[in-house]
Design a protein around this ligand. Structure first.
Ligand code: UTP
Length: 288
């Protein structure tokens, strides 16, 4: 059983400056919810209700979001607006939230290693909240948890990217073992198109077995002087097995402006457009 999920949220979000100067990029809203709430919803739907955050300076708003705001609750009590907090209240009731701090930004691998204190010796999920995933009926993390029950090893989510974009991702080489599932044989972090072993790029969803922590401890800084999770996973694959899973659904890179705008339009058109008017009407009718 996997019950824990780690959210590394310590990064500076420089691609979104100046919006992220004083606000965590994970709190940028897609229509009516901050990015990080979508990620936590996906984790909780997958049964991962023990949520751990690896935070940094300027990330207080995330802690406040997953807490009760008594003044606000009091203010809207009994009005139709209460319904707008149902989703976040449900998450707070169903989950626990722990926080630890990455004091220097030494990369995603280092952030995950920093999360060891909140994860312990258990398998766990990792969600990068700026990768917003809409599953195909079943959430992406739940699809991966189902695979973990069968294979009991680390699993990374992948998607096909154009050759011109391999330099933005960790890219895998692997042997297909079934449709959309690969046994990883190699991984390269942010390769130029001519150096990429495939066009299968790792996106921000992982299931990791806890031996990854010892591996990360002895993983030297790699590309960009940062401790890369890709390098640690490569070692894990050599020592045993790591799978790459072509998830069913859609992903948007909301860490950049065009992905963020695409996600906003997609979410609004698919899930919100018809609901929005009803929601507004019902709020207006019942507001005090
Ligand atoms: P990114 O490189 O996409 O995020 O890291 P960033 O650094 O915040 O964004 P830009 O590139 O400057 O715009 C992927 C994820 O890893 C986390 C980030 O918060 C993000 O969720 N991360 C990265 C850490 O928590 N610590 C780090 O040292 C590096």
């Amino acid at each position: 059983m996997i019950t824990k999920c780690l959210f590394p949220v310590a990064g500076y979000g420089t691609r979104f400056l100046p919006a992220t100067k004083a606000m965590p990029k994970e709190m940028l809203p897609i229509v009516d919810k901050p990015l990080v709430q979508y990620g936590v919803e996906e984790a909780v739907e997958a049964g991962l209700c023990e949520i751990g955050f690896v935070t940094g300076r300027g990330k207080r708003a995330i802690e406040d979001h997953f807490d009760t705001n008594y003044e606000l609750e009091h203010q809207i009590q009994g009005s139709g607006k209460e319904v707008l907090l149902d989703g976040i209240r449900g998450l707070i009731n169903r989950s626990t939230f722990s926080y630890t701090r990455q004091t220097s930004m030494k990369g995603l691998g280092h952030a995950i290693l920093t999360g060891r204190t909140v994860i312990g010796d258990y398998p766990f999920g990792v969600v990068l909240a700026d990768d917003l995933c809409f599953g195909d009926g079943i959430g992406v993390l739940e699809q991966m948890v189902n695979l973990y029950q069968r294979f009991k090893c680390s699993i990374v989510a992948i998607e096909e990217v154009p050759a011109s974009e391999t330099h933005k991702y960790g890219v895998i080489a692997g042997d297909a073992i079934e449709d959309g599932l690969y046994d990883i044989t190699d991984m390269v972090e942010k390769p130029a198109p001519e150096e990429a072993p495939s066009n299968l790029a790792i996106i921000g969803r992982y299931i990791l077995t806890p031996d990854i922590f010892d591996i990360l401890e002895s993983t030297p800084p790699g590309r960009g002087g940062e401790v890369q999770i890709t390098d640690a996973l490569k070692t894990q694959a050599k020592n045993g097995r790591v799978l790459a899973y072509k998830f069913k659904g859609r992903r948007f890179d909301c860490g950049g402006i065009s992905g963020f705008v695409d996600a906003t339009n997609y979410y609004y058109n698919r899930f919100f457009a018809c609901e929005a008017d009803d929601k507004i009407v019902s709020i207006k009718n019942s507001a005090k």
